[in-house]
Design a protein around this ligand. Structure first.
Ligand SMILES: [Zn+2]
Length: 113
């Protein structure tokens, strides 16, 4: 359960990033040596994608690794519509900044739950 302060923090993050936090995406065969701020890296050779890697959009700049392998749990999926990336389910960090957000159409939607 989150207290009001945490909720305010999420609200503030949302305001701060409103309308300007968006990601491009890039396919790469192996893990990229440099992770740029506004790029989501989809790693592997299609159709064998094994990870989605990007920097946390909250400002902490930590690198988030999402597993996309069928055998892994938890597992994330992505799809691209009109040149924009969607990732589901939502991303909820258990460590560090504890951010909870969705990537929809390349944009960050903060979750306030
Ligand atoms: Zn963060």
């Amino acid at each position: 359960m989150k207290n009001w302060l945490t909720r305010f923090d999420y609200y503030w993050k949302g305001l701060r990033s409103q309308g300007r936090l968006s990601f491009e995406y890039k396919y790469c065969a192996t893990e990229p040596p440099v992770i740029s701020d506004n790029i989501i890296y989809i790693v592997g050779k299609r159709p064998y994608i094994w990870a989605i890697i990007f920097r946390c959009p909250c400002g902490c700049r930590e690198i988030i690794y999402l597993n996309t392998l069928k055998t892994a749990n938890p597992r994330w999926k992505h799809f691209v519509r009109w040149g924009r990336i969607y990732i589901y389910p939502s991303i909820w960090r258990r460590v560090g900044c504890k951010s909870h957000f969705h990537i929809r159409g390349g944009r960050v939607d903060w979750s306030y739950i």
